[in-house]
Ligand binder design. Structure first.
Ligand code: NAI
Length: 349
């Protein structure tokens, strides 16, 4: 299994195993050049350990790039744990995971991700200080990261609309896929800014209720990708932009909160060929990790806001570079992240 991970793909790959609690997983540390590897802990069902490791490695790399471009003093890592099939003691499992994190002596800092909660982080905290995602009170940053994620996406969309389409949000319609923590907040900001809204969620009641509140048009979840709107904002799942969906898009701009929106790197080129401007996901959705890292560093909400407001200008610079060089924006963003990591590696050597 581990021999299938490309050599040099990550700095460290640790198997995490504790038979007493049913803990099985992996911690991948992609890079510590810019600081300790920060990235959440995913608790999910995988069909094989090989798939789990592959996901950990891919996600850890994504965190390196996201943290670098957000100018955070962190490298990238990720933990992925297999959800046990039968009954299990959740606190005991996450305490055992905390022991594994402690064993890395600060090279990896964990937090919430898909499938994990604040309560899980508290269990981890019993065993190690290298954990974030716990609400420490009002004066310092912490708590739900999604309002910051939504704000970064909103400001990015405003900047990309001006730069790429030459218009304000009030002149555009936006199709939002997924109306959860990030998507619903984004919709409220867009409605406030005067944008037209088309919304969808697999939970049709949720879509109908938000549409009623904001005067938006709700459509079936299957129709949202190809909805007739100027902007498409994926705020649900990854892999939504692929060789099947790209030919059906009406939108001229893609900007949303979901992670890993491109199924493959080549899909960025597919968007470019169709003249669709793509705001790279990890550039625009960094508000959440900015908030989590500020909590870990003991920074204030003002410092979080200042970092989040830097997201849109950074996106604009990437889009300008992509336009000037005729390259896909995801490739430009990846190159920039890699060069920042490489520069820090050289400095440390
Ligand atoms: P959430 O779980 O609160 O909301 C997701 C929503 O999408 C749910 O309402 C769900 O019913 C809906 N959904 C799922 N599949 C769908 C489909 N095929 N079509 C339409 N709707 C669908 O999640 P959250 O926190 O809003 O995150 C959304 C995305 O943003 C995820 O990809 C997440 O990884 C990413 N993200 C979230 C951050 C945060 O701060 N919460 C930070 C960075 C990225």
């Amino acid at each position: 299994m581990v021999d299938k991970v490309e050599a040099g793909a990550v700095e460290q790959l640790r198997v995490v195993q504790d038979s007493a609690t049913g803990l099985t997983g992996a911690i991948a540390i992609h890079s510590t050049a810019l600081g300790p590897a920060a990235g959440g802990c995913r608790f999910w069902t995988y069909s094989s350990y090989e798939d789990l490791v592959r996901d950990a490695v891919r996600l850890a790399k994504g965190m390196s790039y996201k943290n670098a471009l957000a100018n955070l003093p962190f490298g990238g890592g990720k933990a992925v744990l297999q959800r046990p099939t039968g009954a299990f003691d959740r606190d005991a499992l996450f305490r055992a995971f905390g022991d594994a994190v402690a064993g890395l002596n600060g090279a990896y800092i964990t937090a919430e991700d898909v499938g994990t909660t604040v309560a899980d982080m508290k269990a981890i905290k019993d065993r190690t200080a290298f954990v974030a995602g716990l609400d420490h009170g009002r004066s310092t940053a912490g708590g739900d990261p999604s309002p910051w994620t939504a704000l970064g996406v909103f400001e990015s969309m405003k900047a990309a609309a001006r730069l790429g389409l030459g218009v304000e949000l009030s002149e555009l319609s936006v199709a939002v896929q997924g109306l959860g923590n990030v998507g619903a907040r984004l919709c409220r900001m867009l409605a406030e800014a005067g944008a037209g809204l088309v919304v969808a969620d697999v939970d049709a009641d949720r879509a109908a209720s938000l549409a009623g509140e904001l005067g938006a048009k709700a459509v079936d979840a299957a129709e949202i990708v190809a909805a007739e709107a100027d902007v498409f904002a994926p705020c649900a799942l990854g892999g939504i932009l692929n060789s099947r969906s790209i030919p059906t898009l009406h939108a001229r701009l893609i900007c949303g909160g979901a992670n890993n929106q491109l199924e493959t790197e080549a899909d960025g080129e597919g968007l470019r060929e169709r003249g669709i401007l793509y705001a790279p996901d990890y550039v625009v959705n960094a508000g959440g990790i900015i908030n989590v890292s500020a909590e870990y560093l003991g920074e204030t909400s003002e410092q979080v806001a200042a970092r989040v407001h830097e997201i849109a200008p950074r996106l604009a610079a990437i889009l300008k570079d992509a336009q000037a060089s005729g390259r896909p924006s995801n490739v430009v963003a990846d190159e920039l992240a890699r060069s920042m990591i490489a520069a820090a590696t050289r400095k440390a050597a």
